[in-house]
Design a binder for this molecule. Structure first.
Ligand code: TGC
Ligand code: FAD
Length: 396
């Protein structure tokens, strides 16, 4: 069996900026990943199944709602610790990080921020340990980048509402116990509803045929006259801003995570360049290989500093949506480029599952699309600097 030799690149001494708690969190996550995930991830990826037996372990390392306060069963860590955990998970596999970031930012976060006290007591402690798993339904078959156009809707009926519609591309949906579903009321206002497995008319078929993020389970959410108690509606916020604020938290975690994938690719490429001999010398002695490695570590270092600073801003409650967009967009792009370059450094071996670059590369094709596509994030930055939204065109 291959051994996981990962060590993180730290060209600018970022470790000196980490607190002892950050390092403890990182060491625990890394040790768990090396012991429990690295030995099985290629098999899960090949079989296209999410390794569900890992869920309690994810809870134990604090990967579910790292910043949720202890009173609700969370570890009560800061935003940088949250980022570090996502980085350690995604440096192994984006699908593993997806499961943790959906649970943390898209399920626990809205319940914590917008749920009633009863919702928090009922769901958060079980979500923190992994006893319960959640998913987040925003995207629909006809509304991806433009979620405000959603069709899924509910109508009042006594103490309940009747929910109809469908969501698509939903991470974790096939085995989730609870779904945070965004739907319109009779006035067209968006609300978050907690839809629980077992409610009549609610089904979650798995989507098959993914060539990316294969170790993550993705499905639909189908609502056929589902009767949901009014008490399951999140009371704290309505409107499109409610789900978009959850995306801020998830995109922040992805910025850290994608950088982890890049760091893993660089770490392997550097080691391989020192071990692989061609023309009687290590390939790392060739200028063209050095160029690739030098450019990789430069991009990783710039992204590490961007991401750490973003973490400080999140801790202070000052990070803007546009700042988060910039980090998500930049880090996924550099990670994809680095995965491709690292694959080339490995020659033919780079296309095998002996090394993780090819898996990272395929995974990152999902990461560059979900949580806002690469171009949507560019437009968010464009809007921020010009003040002019360029998302919609009037075709009349
Ligand atoms: P727009 O008019 O800009 O905004 C509508 C309302 O929302 C407010 N708002 C925010 N509020 C809080 N936080 C934010 N980040 C917010 N951004 C906007 C805004 O102030 C406004 O409020 P109000 O009171 O005036 O109504 O909305 P728009 O319809 O023009 O859309 C803008 C756009 C395109 C940027 C947005 O729709 C967008 O981000 N689209 C991308 C969709 C997306 O990212 N979907 C992700 C689905 S979840 C997922 O992919 C999970 S993958 C998980 C995994 O496995 O890891
Ligand atoms: P579209 O919106 O149809 O975009 C197609 C192309 O058009 C893109 O290149 C896009 O950039 C471009 N485009 C669209 N609008 C504009 C514009 N205004 N200007 C310029 N270009 C534009 N969603 C959830 O709700 N929950 C989940 O858990 C979840 N998990 C996912 C897991 C995976 C593996 C994947 C692949 C997706 C997941 N998604 C989830 C959905 C994801 O968020 C959407 O795929 C994404 O938002 C893009 O929507 P779309 O696929 O409909 O593409």
């Amino acid at each position: 069996m291959k051994t996981d030799q990962y060590t993180h690149p730290d060209y600018y001494g970022l470790d000196e900026l980490y607190s002892d708690e950050h390092k403890l969190v990182r060491d625990a996550a890394r040790a768990w990943v090396k012991k429990e995930v690295s030995p099985i991830i290629d098999d899960s990826y090949e079989k296209a199944v999410f390794p569900k037996h890992l869920i309690p372990g994810l809870g134990e390392i604090g990967a579910f709602g790292p910043y949720i306060p202890e009173e609700y069963g969370g570890p009560g860590l800061d935003q940088i610790s949250y980022g570090i955990i996502m980085q350690e998970l995604e440096r192994c596999d984006s699908g593993l990080r997806s499961t943790a970031s959906v649970q943390s930012s898209l399920v626990m976060y809205p319940i914590w921020k917008y749920g009633s006290e009863e919702h928090k007591q009922k769901f958060l402690p079980k979500l923190a340990t992994g006893e319960m798993v959640g998913c987040f339904g925003l995207t629909e078959p006809d509304f991806g980048s433009n979620p405000g156009g959603m069709i899924t809707n509910f109508k009042e009926d006594g103490d309940d509402v009747i929910l109809n519609g469908a969501k698509m591309w939903i991470s974790n949906s096939p085995f989730a116990d609870v779904a945070v579903v965004w739907a319109k009321n009779e006035e067209g206002r968006i609300h978050g509803l907690l839809v629980e497995r077992g409610m009549e008319g609610f089904s979650t078929p798995e989507m098959h045929g993914k060539l990316s993020l294969r170790a993550s389970s993705t499905g639909e959410l189908i609502f056929d006259n589902v009767r949901v108690p009014k008490s399951n509606i999140l009371p704290g916020r309505s409107g499109l801003g409610a789900p978009l604020s959850c995306l801020d938290s998830a995109r922040y975690g992805i910025a850290w995570g994608a950088l982890g994938a890049a760091m893993d690719c660089y770490d392997q490429a550097l080691r391989y360049s020192q071990e692989r001999i061609q023309f009687d010398v290590p390939i790392g002695s060739f200028q063209l290989i050095q160029k690739k490695l030098a450019e990789m570590i430069t991009e990783i270092t710039k992204a590490q500093l961007l991401t750490f600073r973003l973490g400080q801003l999140r801790n202070e409650g000052k990070a803007t949506t546009a700042q988060i967009s910039m980090a998500k967009r930049n880090n996924v792009e550099i990670a994809l480029n680095i995965a491709r370059e690292a694959r080339q450094i490995h020659g033919g071996m780079g296309i095998t599952s002996e090394y993780s670059m090819m898996r990272h590369m395929a995974n990152l094709e999902s990461v560059i699309t979900y949580e806002g596509t690469h171009d949507i994030h560019l437009l968010i930055t464009g809007m921020d600097v010009t003040g002019i939204p360029a998302f919609a065109r009037d075709m009349t």
